[in-house]
Design a protein around this ligand. Structure first.
Ligand code: FE2
Length: 192
């Protein structure tokens, strides 16, 4: 999983943008990438690196030099387009973890829709990795993660308000990946 151009670029880019300015976000990012590596086996071999690369860059839109619309998934995806990255990775980042519902609430739905929102295992696996990793980068359950998001952001935050629309979709993605993991032989390590 390591040593390939795309995931190396993604890791280095995320480190440059997040590590110094947003160390907690960087710790979360590293945890999501680790989780992605652990669950990548549910994907065809050719999609595994896309997952790990998307995990590294999924939250780069929080970096101040990238903030434009204020929707981190969209700002991150715009940066990736400018960098010439694989359009699938751009779309995965743009739409990760229920972003479209947040975009609708913040008037950015049309702009987000410029990015493809693929369905399937690759998308599910990215959402899974994000939704089962704490803000500090530790493994957690999706239920604990959702509770933490509500607590940390408060009821007026668009991400929390969007849960009314996307929480079932988030839970369903996690459940689908759990099912796929159970069908494989190798147990997931480091489940907290
Ligand atoms: Fe995240």
């Amino acid at each position: 999983m390591s040593g390939t151009w795309l995931s190396d670029w993604a890791r280095n880019t995320a480190r440059r943008l997040l590590a110094a300015e947003l160390p907690r976000r960087w710790a979360h990012t590293a945890g999501v990438a680790r989780r992605a590596g652990q669950v990548a086996r549910v994907l065809p071999v050719e999609e595994r690196e896309l997952l790990v690369a998307a995990a590294w860059v999924h939250d780069i839109g929080y970096a101040s030099e990238l903030v434009d619309t204020g929707l981190h998934s969209l700002d991150g995806a715009h940066y990736l387009v400018r960098a010439g990255l694989d359009r699938r990775v751009c779309g995965l980042v743009a739409h990760h973890s229920g972003a479209s519902a947040v975009a609708e609430l913040t008037g950015l739905g049309e702009r987000l829709a410029e990015f493809g929102d693929e369905r399937g295992r690759l998308r599910d696996a990215l959402w899974y990795a994000d939704m089962t990793t704490s803000p500090d980068g530790h493994p957690t359950t999706v239920e604990a993660r959702l509770a933490e998001i509500r607590r940390r952001r408060g009821p007026d935050d668009p991400v929390v308000r969007a849960l009314e629309v996307n929480v079932d979709e988030r839970l369903a993605a996690v459940r689908r990946v759990h099912r796929l993991l159970r069908r494989t032989y190798q147990p997931v390590r480091d489940r907290g």
